[in-house]
Write a protein that binds this ligand. Structure first.
Ligand code: PEP
Length: 249
């Protein structure tokens, strides 16, 4: 298997106005002191993407959005397209985050179409999947992951245009994380599923873990086979917290 350059991705969710650019700058300054062996991404609110991309220009930080429409232009009041994010300097966009699946009833099919729109705009789609607590309790984790992978990741996926983030819903924002054994099982399963579907071309696709990653658990989680980075929510909002995770890369 090829060496995969890990990705540390922050998801600011609906947090951040102009003053948050100072956090971005503090993160960039900290990352500059770390070995250049991983990529760093901040997915800001859409309203900050342009300013964040400008602020990040001469740094190792890349900027992404948190959602996009399935289309690029048109009569969709309030929506933001992948073309618009790319135009503002975004390089990535999260699609199918569990909060969007829950709050906006996003289906696997919709997420897949959003991923296709992102790819068409030259963005890398970070496709989020993961089981709920109820599904885990019923022993359905791998079945849910299999279905979401198959239906949310488009046929045009490559290691350059898609990143998959495994985010157990029950682990997001709760301080709970799966065991190392459980993360290892899911990530190996995802790699096997993707290889079966896409062949060796997808061997380099980055598989992120997300859900209550923090400085204290990052080293252990990032050491698991087929975990090629992290998607970080709460701990991406403060530079010290995010940098304590970055030091585990
Ligand atoms: C997320 O929402 O993508 C996430 C992983 O959140 P947290 O790190 O806060 O659990």
């Amino acid at each position: 298997t090829p060496a995969i350059r890990p990705l540390l991705a922050g998801n600011w969710k609906m947090n951040g106005t102009a003053s948050a650019l100072a956090t971005l700058e503090a993160i960039a300054a900290g990352i500059a002191h770390l070995p250049d062996v991983f990529d760093t991404l901040l997915c800001t609110p859409a309203t900050l993407v342009h300013r964040a991309a400008s602020a990040a220009k001469a740094t190792r930080i890349q900027i992404g959005g948190q959602d996009c429409h399935t289309g690029q232009v048109g009569a969709h009041t309030g929506d933001v397209s992948a073309d618009m994010l790319a135009d503002c300097g975004a390089r990535f966009v999260i699609v199918g985050h569990s909060e969007r699946r829950a709050d906006h009833a996003e289906t696997d099919d919709l997420v897949c179409r959003k991923a296709r729109a992102a790819i068409a705009s030259g963005l890398t789609a970070i496709v989020c999947i993961g089981e709920t607590g109820a599904e885990k309790a019923q022993g359905k984790t791998l079945a849910v992951v299999e279905r979401q992978l198959l239906k949310s990741v488009p046929d045009s996926a490559t290691p350059r245009n898609v990143v998959v983030a495994y985010e157990p819903v029950w682990a997001i924002g709760t301080g709970l994380t799966p065991t190392v054994k459980d993360v290892a099982e899911v990530h190996r399963f995802m790699r096997d599923q993707l290889s079966a579907r896409f062949g060796s071309e997808c061997a380099g696709m980055r598989l992120l873990y997300g859900g209550s990653v923090k400085g204290a658990n990052a080293h252990e989680l990032m050491g698991i086979d087929h975990v090629d980075g992290a998607l970080v929510g709460g701990a991406s909002l403060k530079a010290e917290d995010f940098l304590s995770i970055a030091r585990a890369f």
